[in-house]
Design a binder for this molecule. Structure first.
Ligand SMILES: Cc1cc2nc3c(=O)[nH]c(=O)nc-3n(C[C@H](O)[C@H](O)[C@H](O)COP(=O)(O)OP(=O)(O)OC[C@H]3O[C@@H](n4cnc5c(N)ncnc54)[C@H](O)[C@@H]3O)c2cc1C
Length: 422
């Protein structure tokens, strides 16, 4: 797979003349959050304009792993089948501890390069009736005299263009520039950082079958991963969440050198070393920030809602965020549609949206607490050692992954103490 070959045929961007001067909902960012929101709204007949600062068919630095919440969101969008027809199907998350112990947690999983996934999602928003203009960059919101957001100033080519809208949705991901311009950013530093590369290695196909996540002293305070992707390729990377605070004395942003952590991961984990020896790196290793735990930004202000990773919708500990980005995009759309149907005030719509995010927050907090495993990898040894001996514990871990049981039981202090009792 060359980086070029990974790109599906890209539809032609709409010309500047196609940019309307008003719309009902203007969505900034055509990642999973923005495209999911646009598709749900457009399917309900809302006049939606979706924009992205990058050209269509853009890549996103990611591990490309689709965990069960992503499957659920894709199902809701009516896109599970087309995504799964392109994706590499995977049956387990492999958890590997510092002493080499391993458990395979069953789950509904898949891997699809983001270039393909995001292209499919934005295309699906268009098919539902949303207009999509890219590249077009959000510069700042337009406001009325009371400070309510009534649209946005966009940069399209060399032109600055005003678009009026009843609602503005920011789905701009982990880079906080747009959040700041809209007065929504509460924390500029990311929650974490991660780096990934693609390796084509036909000889490793069938040898690495699970989405392997590896904890070790070498990658502390983070983790490494190898995910099998389509076309004889693997997504390999390392991530550190909680990089803005010094976890376990190591991990402050200044001290982190992801490339060095990646090299240490490859040197310390034999399957990673084998993959790099036998395979061919496709494109460069690339890093990107993460925003986690539904923190770091305000969720709404009059006329504006923030969804996806811009609102911090990525899980700490694992760095998974595609599913929750789509889910929070859909929640914003649902709040708007409910408001339309029930003639809610602007404030009621935002309250409904914020309420749905608050309902998700406890789960995000538990993933935040689970970061202990990244800081103290021997905890992974302990969990793996116990799960190897307790089918019930393994079942609970699978329940957490599949979102059918509460992760609190597993990652709270009480949960750790219970490890010895079942
Ligand atoms: C290395 C790495 C590995 C990861 N691995 C996984 C994984 O395996 N599984 C998983 O579930 N999650 C993973 N994540 C997290 C996942 O990538 C994010 O949670 C997800 O991309 C968030 O989606 P989003 O739609 O909110 O934002 P994004 O996908 O970042 O999309 C935001 C979009 O907004 C656009 N934009 C930004 N500013 C502007 C502007 N001013 N004007 C116009 N457009 C703008 C951007 O161009 C971008 O297209 C990983 C992250 C990293 C960094």
């Amino acid at each position: 797979m060359s980086e070029q070959a990974a790109s599906p045929a890209t539809a032609k961007p709409l010309p500047l003349e196609a940019l309307p001067d008003r719309c009902e909902v203007l969505i900034v960012g055509a990642g999973p959050a923005g495209s999911a929101c646009a598709r749900v709204l457009a399917q309900a007949g809302v006049d939606v304009l979706l924009i992205d600062q990058q050209p269509q068919g853009r890549d996103k630095i990611c591990g490309d792993g689709l965990i069960p919440d992503a499957h659920k969101a894709l199902q809701r969008l009516g896109l599970l089948e087309p995504v799964m027809s392109l994706a590499q199907h995977v049956a387990h998350v492999g958890c590997i501890g510092p002493r080499g112990g391993r458990i395979d947690v069953p789950g509904t999983l898949a891997v699809l390069p983001r270039r393909q996934l995001d292209q499919l999602l934005s295309q699906a928003a268009r098919e539902a009736g949303a207009k999509f203009i890219a590249p077009a960059r959000f510069e700042k919101p337009l406001e009325d005299e009371q400070g309510r957001v009534i649209g946005a100033l966009l940069k399209v080519g060399d032109a600055l263009v005003e678009v009026q809208s009843q609602w503005l949705i920011l789905a701009t991901g982990a880079v906080p520039k747009a959040l700041s311009a809209a007065g929504m950013c509460e924390r500029h530093t990311p929650s974490g950082i991660a780096l990934r590369g693609y390796v084509r290695a036909p000889s490793m196909v069938g040898r690495i079958k699970a989405m392997d996540v590896v904890w070790s002293q070498a990658v502390r305070p983070g983790y490494g991963w190898i995910f099998p992707a389509p076309d004889n390729c693997f997504n390999i990377g390392v991530g550190v969440t909680d990089s803005h605070s010094a976890v376990g004395g190591k991990g402050s942003k200044k001290e982190l050198n992801l490339r060095a952590i990646f090299d240490a991961f490859v040197a310390s984990y034999e399957p990673a070393a084998q993959l790099m020896r036998e395979g061919e790196l496709v494109g460069d290793l690339k890093g990107a920030p993460l925003r986690c735990t539904l923190e770091g930004a305000r969720w709404s202000r009059p006329g504006l809602m923030v969804t996806g990773e811009a609102a911090g919708s990525t899980y700490s500990f694992t760095g998974e965020g595609i599913g929750k980005a789509m889910e929070t995009g859909i929640l914003a759309a649902d709040a708007l549609l409910a408001g339309r149907q029930k003639s809610w005030s602007e404030g009621q719509v935002r309250e409904a949206f914020e309420q749905s995010l608050r309902a998700l927050k406890p789960k995000f907090d538990l993933y935040q607490r689970a970061n202990k495993v990244n800081a103290f990898p021997w905890l992974a040894d302990l969990l793996i050692w116990r799960a190897q001996r307790s089918p019930r514990l393994l079942q609970r871990m699978s329940g957490v992954l599949n979102e059918t049981s509460n992760p609190g039981n597993l990652v709270s202090l009480k949960g750790f103490s219970r490890l010895f009792l079942e």
